[in-house]
Write a new protein. Structure first.
Length: 83
């Protein structure tokens, strides 16, 4: 549905503009996509265990806290990562 198309559009747009805006070559794009895929698989494996062990409400609260922490960390980034 909508999430699938949104993800496809985001990945496609990143692949088109990252080389020009961030100066990435094919190896850097491949590493970025590979890490994203690994994180997705890791999340699908560990997330059900976390929810079972902690409960839905605690898992959701922890998820929101980690999300807020990650988004707040963007303000600390002052340059593009060196791959």
């Amino acid at each position: 549905g909508l999430v699938g198309w949104s993800l496809t559009l985001c990945v496609g747009t990143y692949g088109l503009f990252a080389p020009r805006i961030l100066g990435y070559a094919q190896p850097q794009l491949s590493v970025t996509y590979s890490v994203g895929a690994a994180v997705t698989v890791l999340t699908q494996v560990t997330f059900p265990r976390i929810v079972t062990r902690l409960g839905e409400h605690v898992a959701a609260s922890l998820g929101l806290g980690v999300l807020a922490l990650g988004l707040s960390g963007f303000s600390l980034v002052v340059s593009t990562p060196a791959h």
